[in-house]
Design a protein around this ligand. Structure first.
Ligand code: NAG
Ligand code: NAG
Ligand code: NAG
Ligand code: NAG
Length: 448
């Protein structure tokens, strides 16, 4: 007995170490306008949107494991999940994904807590829900990033909601750092509205205070349909508007299906010479075949909703079981991705040029863009009240956020009583860079 007890401990330690090692996966971080693995190699996502079940597809380990196997065959290294239940156990699915080198991009909101274009507000209930998802997923090294919103703004009249999205990002970033979580990038997934996109994109990245900028911007774009081209599709405009952008940008949804079968030729542009220096890859919509007909795999033919079965059925589509590739779309995407592997730039090289990154000008109010970049972001609990424009409107508005001013301490986070950012907001970027470099050197040394 006396001997077997320590042996038992030793065994479990060894076993624990083996298990831990098995799930070791490098984290992803955003530096400048790019994502990097810990080893300094640039990360380009080949992703798919994965929402088998409306509330949480990451709790059925057996199902995740079956899907992950086929995802690996497809060449996937990232998934996007729109809705999760933060109180559920995600360990099994996250480990299955990690073992396959697959990263998670997860939305923080629910249908009840998403920021609304029609009634812009950002309150405690929403913030608490966003926190709960971050609390749950920050522990997994393969959580790549989080979204504070998906297509909140869908019309050019909706721009008043933009500051509320940015306020949510600010509060989540402050919360993340206060909790000393790793710097999981916080971003937004935008609808592709031509008359809104350039302004929105720049607004989210224009403020001097890094807490008032997104860590990345992503676009749901379905501009390239069938045998199109870089210029015909309009990707050249996307590229033009994104070149020089200071934070990572990528396609958080793509894969137009109006010209079947889908050939995914846009991937050659995204991962090719024209765009790969600016864009970090794409997430193809979507994994499961359902009514909208975007699926890459199917779990069986559509079923009568009334049919009794052990399989999970929703909207007449089975959402569980053995995934079968939808042909030829699945194979078309697989062949595209197989040939596309941009090397990008090594972090050690890239870091030398990040000093030269400049922020875009905050868009000035115009027709279709009503946001005054000089007014403070909404505070937690604030609700949008449309103001009647007058000659003096905005005169009394706080002007502590002059775009691109070199203010170092002008921004206060006075509204976040519960969280303190003292000392965080004022970290010099140079200091951050050296810390990063040191960690990189340390990491390399660790391997040698
Ligand atoms: C860094 O890690 C990635 C992902 O595992 C791998 O593809 C890449 O080859 C590694 N780079 C170096 C320089 O070892
Ligand atoms: C916050 O807004 C949501 C709707 O988005 C509402 O359901 C909730 O009651 C609000 N919470 C507070 C504290 O006002
Ligand atoms: C975006 O690109 C279009 C087309 O080239 C151009 O007209 C527009 O000014 C650009 N907007 C921004 C903010 O870069
Ligand atoms: C914002 O404030 C600055 C400095 O006061 C001013 O130059 C600029 O015109 C203002 N921008 C807008 C859009 O009002």
């Amino acid at each position: 007995m006396l001997l077997s007890f320590p042996l038992h401990i030793v065994l479990s330690l060894v076993l624990g170490a083996i298990l831990t090692t098995a799930h070791t996966v490098q984290t992803i971080s955003a530096v400048g306008s790019k994502f990097f693995y810990e080893n300094g190699t640039q990360f380009f996502m080949k992703g798919i949107a994965y929402q088998l079940t409306p509330h949480d597809p990451l709790i059925d380990t057996e199902q995740c494991t079956r899907d992950v196997t086929l995802m690996s065959e497809l060449g996937v290294n990232a998934i996007r999940v729109y809705h999760v239940d933060p109180s559920a156990d995600h360990r099994g699915c996250m480990d299955a994904l990690a073992d396959a080198g697959i990263y998670l991009f997860v939305d923080l909101d629910t249908f009840e807590t998403q920021i609304e274009q029609g009634d812009p507000h950002w309150n405690e209930t929403q913030f608490a829900r966003f926190q709960a998802v971050l609390d749950e997923f920050q522990e997994f090294p393969n959580t790549a990033a989080v979204f504070v919103g998906n297509e909140v703004l869908t019309t050019k009249e909706g721009s008043a909601a933009a500051p509320y999205v940015l306020a949510a990002a600010r509060d989540i970033k402050v919360y993340r750092d206060m909790k000393e979580y790793r710097k999981i990038p916080v971003g937004y997934s935008a609808a592709d509205i031509a008359e809104l996109r350039p302004m929105l994109q720049n607004y989210f990245a224009c403020f001097e205070d890094s807490y008032e900028r997104l860590d990345f911007f992503a676009l749901n774009a379905y501009e390239w349909c069938g045998a199109s081209s870089y210029t015909i599709s309009g990707y050249n405009i996307l590229q033009k508007n994104a070149s020089g952008y200071p934070i990572p940008i990528f396609f958080s949804e793509t894969g137009c299906n109006t010209v079947p079968p889908r050939t995914f030729e846009d991937q050659t542009a995204i991962f090719g010479e024209e765009m790969s220096d600016t864009w970090s890859g794409s997430i193809v919509y979507e994994w499961i075949e359902e009514t909208n007909d975007y699926g890459l795999v199917s779990y069986g033919p559509p079923t009568d909703k009334g049919v009794l079965t052990i399989d999970l059925i929703e909207d007449g589509f089975t959402r569980k079981g053995t995934p079968t590739p939808v042909s030829p779309d699945f194979y078309n995407l697989q062949s595209q991705w197989a040939t596309l592997s941009p090397t990008g730039v090594a972090l050690s090289e890239y870091i030398k040029s990040t000093d030269a990154i400049t922020l875009p000008q905050c868009p000035v109010p115009s027709i279709g863009w009503s946001v005054d970049p000089n007014s403070s972001l909404p505070t937690l609990g604030q609700t949008y009240t449309p103001s009647i424009p007058t000659e003096t409107a905005g005169k009394g508005a706080p002007t502590n956020q002059a775009p691109n001013s070199k203010s170092t301490s002008g921004i206060s986070h006075h509204d976040l009583d519960s969280v303190s950012v003292a000392g965080i907001a004022s970290i010099d970027p140079l200091v951050l860079m050296s810390v990063l470099l040191c960690s990189l050197v340390g990491f390399t040394a660790f391997w040698l």
